[in-house]
Design a protein around this ligand. Structure first.
Ligand code: MLT
Length: 425
């Protein structure tokens, strides 16, 4: 009988978001008339903007003509798209990239997972806690963790706690690590990293010859001019960082699929004999072997995001979501709930009231307010006692969700003050 990859048996039974969907389905089955508001998974709700739709249609039309049809495209993505990205997304930040350093893909999720292909299992890996579960789980899948300890951490990984006590800023590890995952604006906490914090990481990585895997999937939500959009805005980062970006949250491509990974030409790793090897060449080799590129119409649609019209339309949608985040933050704060993030980010991270456990708050929220969120503990042990609300919903629904939480919560607070038993009903 074929042997399985036993590492999969060390994973939690289900990936976080399908587990939430399972619970939501069960709730809906038992409560068919409940009007659920879903602020759990960070999935966009606004349609593609007109400039993108037009380009997408044109791409499909080209595929329908004998003369204009496209078969396999380059595995790295079309150079014209990479050039547009270099010009429009990076040059204004003072970052010069060549098209050969930009690899177009089907999204940041797959790339942050697949990047492990080009690194040896002996690397010491640091991840934040709480964290986007993909980084943790894919490291378990490749065998970097043999046991889950009592606190829920995988032995073999180095965890960097991010809590309100350290202002959600991971401390630079005391030990030497080789790979460091950073995600800013952060998923799940919605917090951001300034130039000073990122510079400290880049200095550490350069000094220790470590590689930073920088997930910038939410960079388009940054409105504060002092917050870097790219790790390459930091001096030295091209020598120590790979950056992942996504059109999912920037331009509503969660169902379309397109992202990109930047692997600078000067970025080097080391082979078993101590020789320096180009990571750009390795990633290129990996992509050419395992990936056949993103479809032509999708890349046409992605290019349209950077047209003047496209960018204006896309930013209107981003400001709509940021407006939602503001409504959530202000509404919850008015209900006495402590919130973080949500200012340069579509995620609001809140402290569960009365020290409730994250999944208990999930149950309470779904049962009593008919609002779905994401339990902080699903992102790691340090997320226990926190909860994430996504601002990607429809405005009316966000207002309604906040009103429901405020109403229930104020009632709960007055009951608590009166010293009666906990019940929001
Ligand atoms: C999230 O809710 O954390 C994201 O939607 C997950 C993802 O982008 O894969």
């Amino acid at each position: 009988m074929a042997r399985i990859n036993d590492n999969y048996q060390r994973l939690k039974a289900g990936y976080l978001f399908p587990e939430i969907s399972r619970r939501v389905e069960e709730f809906s089955k038992n409560n068919p008339t409940a009007e659920l508001i879903r602020l759990g998974i960070g999935d966009v709700t606004m349609p593609l903007v007109p400039a993108v739709v037009k380009a997408f249609h044109e791409g499909v039309e080209e595929m329908a003509g004998q003369e204009t049809f496209h078969g396999y495209g380059p595995e790295q993505g079309y150079a014209w798209l990479a050039e547009i990205i270099a010009e429009k997304a990076y040059r204004p930040l003072g970052v010069d990239l060549t098209a050969a350093e930009i690899f177009i893909s089907d999204g940041a999720k797959s790339d942050t997972a697949n990047i492990l292909d080009i690194f040896d299992n002996s690397n010491r890996v640091a991840i934040c806690d709480p964290v986007y579960p993909v980084y943790n789980d894919t490291n378990i899948m490749v065998g970097r963790s043999n046991e889950i300890n009592a606190s829920g951490h995988c032995q073999g990984l180095i965890y960097l706690p991010c809590t309100r006590e350290n202002n959600f800023t991971p401390a630079i590890p005391k030990e030497k690590v080789d790979l460091i995952y950073l995600c800013y604006p952060n998923n799940p906490t919605g917090t951001v990293a300034g130039r000073k914090e990122l510079s400290a990481w880049v200095d550490y990585a350069v000094e220790n010859r470590a590689i930073i895997l920088f997930d910038a999937a939410y960079e388009a939500f940054i409105t504060d001019p002092d917050i870097p959009h790219s790790i390459y805005e930091i001096e030295g980062a091209k020598r120590c960082a790979i950056e992942f970006r996504s059109f999912s949250k920037t331009a509503g491509f969660t169902g379309v699929r397109c992202g990109l990974t930047v692997v600078p030409e000067e970025l080097l790793g080391m082979d078993a004999n101590g020789n320096e090897v180009s990571l750009n060449r390795m990633w290129n080799r990996r992509q050419c072997t395992k990936f056949n590129g993103v479809s032509y119409p999708v890349q046409k649609a992605a290019a349209a995001v950077y047209s003047d019209e496209g960018w204006k339309q896309v930013m209107e949608v981003i400001f709509y979501y940021l407006g939602n985040a503001e409504i959530i933050r202000q509404g919850l704060a008015a209900a006495g709930i402590t919130c973080f993030g949500g200012e340069n980010s579509p995620y609001v991270w809140l402290l569960t009231p009365e020290g409730m456990k994250s999944w208990d708050f999930f149950d309470k929220l779904i049962n009593e307010c008919h609002v779905v969120g994401t339990p902080g503990s699903g992102f790691g042990p340090a997320g226990e006692g926190y909860f994430r609300l996504s601002a990607f919903g429809d405005r009316e629904q966000i207002i309604e969700a906040v009103a429901r939480i405020k109403e229930k919560w104020s009632r709960y607070q007055s009951i608590e003050k009166a010293g009666t038993t906990f019940s929001m009903d």
